[in-house]
Design a binder for this molecule. Sequence first.
Ligand SMILES: [Fe+2]
Length: 611
Amino acid sequence: MNILGISAFYHDSAAALVRDGKIIAAAQEERFTRKKHDPEFPLNAVNYCLEAGGINAEQLDYVAFYDKPFLKFERLLETYIAYAPRGFRQFLMGMPLWLRQKLYLPREIDKALQYKYKGSYIFTEHHESHAASAFFPSPFDQAAILTLDGVGEWATASCGVGRDNKIELTNIIRFPHSLGLLYSAFTYFTGFKVNSGEYKLMGLAPYGEPIYYNLIMEKLIDLKEDGSFHLNMSYFPYCHKTVMTGQKFAKLFGGPPRKPESPLTQREMDMAASIQAITEEIMLRLTRHVHQQTKMKNLVLAGGVALNCVSNGRILSQGPFDNIWIQPAAGDAGGALGAALFVWYQLLANERKVDSIDTQHASLLGPAYTNEQICRFLESVNAKYHSYDNDEQLLDKVADLINQEKVIGWFQGRMEFGPRALGNRSIIGDARSEEMQSKMNLKIKFRESFRPFAPCVLKEDASDYFDMRPKDESPYMLLVAPLKKEKRLFADDQSMNLKGLDKLKPKRSIVPAITHVDFSARIQTVDPQRHSKLHRLMSIFKAKTGCPVIINTSFNIRGEPIVCTPEDAYHCFMATNMDVLVMENQMLYKHQQPQAKQHEVDKYKAKFQPD
Ligand SMILES: [Fe+2]
């Protein structure tokens, strides 16, 4: 039985194919259209999923959509009426798309599937989709469930339990009270893009002090012991305006919002630190409450807020649960997968077999390309490349190149599903290098200098480098943990008298390129089951250098979706200051490419809107 799941029309449209309960394929539309967070109908992603499954639309048994458009429309109408006549313009702006597409989804999907699909459409609730994506692929037969995001239909958070092949959501928090939207309001005010800059705000937090924590608690939010909350909506005009914060909010924080791309000041850093601390507090209270209610040992998480890996790290280290599992595509893209799994387990009541790893297949669910396809492309652009017949020689060479501080584009196997590159569409480098953090930010990714880089660490060595239990893993780069004290080069910033961006200056640890200014790291543990080739590469690198850690950042520049095809990877490689590109077993050196021209950088950058 083939079930297609679709999420679309908000941000991060995606499709997923589930066959007899097994996840066959899943991908975000942005990777194909090259438009970051593309909200359009995911036609390319759907076509890819069908192709990966070797079927056409006629062979689909069900098509599931990740939310209920009529309920969402009801929320828009009721919100408009509650605030009328304010918000009329915003209301009018949204209407054409609703009347043209969103309220007529079956018609839209029929058209996209070229009228070949004859089955019925199933619409799951937004947070049901998130919850299903968190629980069904998880390695647990029972778990508490917590979902948190901006907003779905009415819910902005939900909790409940999953047992075997059923999930049950028992409590929700309703719009306009939303942790996701609260975080987005601070993202907006500090000059970053809503729905994409939240990650930057989290990365900025360690540069500041949470001096606004009490102010936020006092004025903006009424937080209860159980983690439920009400926002003081007089500070947040998002119900009737297209902006997240208003004048009252600006007055509270001593002036207007930061203009995008203008210099960051201590205020933004302190605001980032404060809202991060509030988010962690809310999530910890919610998890304690869910634990009390469910008495479960395991917790699963999804929804955009579950991408806040600093909070996740605290939930694991300080929360009441023994184990947590987070859907790698925790944002709305993952809703496509959740909706399809919901149909298979919840509605059709099929048996669920738990896998001790999980059934997400390392989240490597996108397209892959053969050596032949890659060579054919490289020939077509007259690239100069070296082919390796066997993996071991290739991996040995790449390990040497990392050791020589070369920056390497690493393109292998199936593309990742979810926002993180997990070693198949990655740029990798030497974590021991002092220059690497600024080199990669400024010359490879063309992004802000404050942004941290994440490490890949061999799973077996993770607890030697980071404060985590040997049994803990973070295969999807969704947990932050502190670097162990013995790997640090000084104790704290006070003794060094460092504030703000000055914190970037000193060498912090023996792996400075991946040590954030608060000595934390967003870890990806690499194990041989999920990432065989990367694990072998890192093991060789460790044998040569003694270091089980490398940098892993997504294969793209600022504003660009992660590369999907060999063509995307080649163009990104050529336009940036990457030294080497490895695609499956083909290796390209930049200095050997006849077409490498410096001026292409600007042309390439102009193709993508900075995020
Ligand atoms: Fe969502």
